[in-house]
Design a protein around this ligand. Sequence first.
Ligand code: ADP
Ligand code: MG
Length: 177
Amino acid sequence: MNHQDEKPIIYLIGARGAGKTTVGKPLAQALLYDFIDTDACVTEQCRMSISQLVEQSGWRSFRELESDVLRQVSKPHRLVSTGGGIVMAPENRAFMQSSGKVVYLRASAETLAERLSHTPQAHQRPSLTGKCIVEEMAEVLSKREPLYLECADIVVDATCPVPELISQICTCIHAAV
Ligand code: ADP
Ligand code: MG
């Protein structure tokens, strides 16, 4: 076991509203990791909101920048909270799998929609489908769920209480190294 394996990079994957930020920040603290959010890095680098970026340059530009950011931020002792669509690119899945431990925060479309309806400001993104939020999340999940599952080393039920999720993930990470 080399030193890096003792503190593997952790990637949190899952849809918008799965709890990547809510779980990721205290989890990073517990592990003495730095918390990184790829969406925040994208926003910082392009100096505009994701909505504005997509409006001006399209989803493809966002996805390209997101993929660049993923590679830039992947350093030891980091917990990386990723954008919900990061798994769409096969090379991003391969990159995360080969460079760290991937944790999927799994939640149903209903749970995600319910959460997002309570925090619309924090989750403002251009609609992916133009449909109502439950339908949109269901459609998004039907495409992404197999990719999240394929990519994940660890799958947790995102509806568990946050402290429980932290403890489950810590246990799995230690067991896995
Ligand atoms: P993400 O970063 O994956 O988009 P957030 O961490 O912003 O998701 O969480 C979305 C909403 O869901 C927030 O209002 C948060 O408080 C709530 N939430 C996240 N995880 C849980 C949980 N395990 N139990 C209850 N509510 C949660
Ligand atoms: Mg988040």
